[in-house]
Design a binder for this molecule. Structure first.
Ligand SMILES: NC(=O)C1=CN([C@@H]2O[C@H](COP(=O)(O)OP(=O)(O)OC[C@H]3O[C@@H](n4cnc5c(N)ncnc54)[C@H](OP(=O)(O)O)[C@@H]3O)[C@@H](O)[C@H]2O)C=CC1
Ligand SMILES: O=C1OC[C@@H](O)[C@H](O)[C@H]1O
Length: 352
């Protein structure tokens, strides 16, 4: 299902970029370099960049130079590189979008920051909390912008009201079994696993509670994948958060439908528990977060790019996920893995 939504998002952004692309880019345009030819690139950066007046598709790098050349001509990048190092050595690149397997996020985000590039890094942030803390330290040392690409948080549907009811949560996290055996999500050495991939569930929960890390993981049960028992094909967990900033006696119950891909369709149902009345809200543009900004055809990824560019250009983004939050997200993931009895995802040799 999620793969279908991903495919649909890419297709719709392609069509939208055809009708809404920005023919003339503005002064001070940022040149993006993309590390890898991953499946997510279309939705995650290519189509969002086409409609952003301050971003141009500058370079793409692949482990295979001929793949990079083909990819560059297919999607309109100005340059292609046969290694990630070569792209980072290009002084023209202002920021990179990293869509490598999870296990390589730490290494290449570090190298990118060291090379003086701002970084938009795909989720999950790193393989584990140890890497996350080291990466955030690196971004502070270099003074470059670093953002975990939790696209859902940038869409106008994310309202600032507090959720009621949620004190602990049961979460079923699954990777679609339709994925073929070789997929990066099934490989332990690449930091695979459904908890890593569907990291959204923990992100939604922590966001809803305005919480940092769980006080305790009361229960965690992994369903091992057929290929490797260290890789979870599903994870179920019950978490307890200490002093969550939510009033459990709230008179309001809020239900978000499709918080992950709200640009396709979503609604927010707000029920008054006393009167039993429910009213529905939808925001495809504007809303409390973006006000007059945005377009109803923009995807979560497009809103994310808007905020990222604001930050890089020294403007104030309407929303931001700071490094500490990404570290706490990885600490939460680690805590669930520990309780489930599975090993943490391996730390990069660069750090070990
Ligand atoms: N935000 C979102 O909605 C989504 C985010 N993602 C995230 O994006 C990242 C990439 O996912 P996805 O698009 O499915 O990835 P893919 O498997 O499609 O691509 C990964 C790319 O990484 C490069 N790569 C480098 N080393 C390896 C290796 N050892 N094995 C395999 N590939 C390697 C390859 O590029 P090359 O050969 O060109 O060097 C490859 O194309 C993940 O971290 C994932 O969590 C994924 C989907 C949705
Ligand atoms: O981030 C993601 O969102 C969509 C899913 O299909 C995918 O597995 C995951 O990586």
């Amino acid at each position: 299902m999620t793969l279908f939504l991903q495919g649909y998002t890419a297709f719709r952004q392609y069509v939208d970029s055809y009708f809404h692309s920005v023919p003339k880019k503005s002064e001070g345009v940022l040149k993006v370099g993309v590390l890898s030819t991953a499946m997510i690139n279309g939705s995650g950066i290519i189509y969002p960049a086409l409609t952003h007046p301050e971003v141009v598709l500058y370079a793409v790098a692949s482990r295979d130079a001929s793949k990079a050349t083909y990819y560059a001509s297919k999607y309109g990048f100005q340059k292609s590189y046969g290694s990630y190092e070569d792209l980072l050595a290009d002084p023209e690149v202002d920021f990179v979008y990293i869509s490598l397997p999870n296990s390589l996020h730490f290494e290449w985000a570090c190298k990118s920051l060291e090379a003086g590039k701002h970084v938009l890094l795909e989720k999950p942030f790193t393989s584990n909390a140890r890497e996350a803390a080291a990466l955030v330290k690196k971004s502070k040392e270099t003074g470059k912008v670093l953002l975990e690409a939790f696209h859902w948080q940038f869409h106008p549907q994310r309202i600032s009201k507090k959720y009621g009811e949620i004190i602990s949560t049961d979460a079923a996290m699954t990777s679609t079994p339709a994925l073929p055996p070789g997929n990066i999500r099934w490989q332990y050495d690449l930091a695979g696993g459904s908890l890593m991939d569907m990291t959204y569930v923990l992100s939604f929960t922590r966001y809803a509670l305005r919480a940092s890390v769980p006080d305790a993981v009361l229960y965690a049960k992994a369903t091992p994948s057929r290929e490797d028992p260290r890789v979870d094909s599903a994870m179920q967990a019950r978490l307890r958060f200490k002093r969550p900033n939510v009033d459990p006696r709230s008179d309001t119950k809020i239900n978000f439908y499709n918080a992950m891909m709200p640009h396709i369709y979503h609604y927010i149902a707000i029920t008054d528990k006393i009167t039993g009345k429910t009213h529905y809200e939808q925001f495809y543009k504007g809303g409390p977060l973006w006000k007059e900004r945005g377009e109803s055809y923009w995807s979560t990824y497009r809103y994310q790019l808007e905020a990222f560019v604001d930050k890089v250009q020294g403007r104030h983004p309407v929303w931001w996920i700071d490094g500490d939050d990404s570290v706490q997200q990885m600490e939460s993931i680690d805590a669930v893995y520990r309780q489930s009895g599975l090993p943490l995802r391996p730390t990069s040799t660069m750090l070990a």
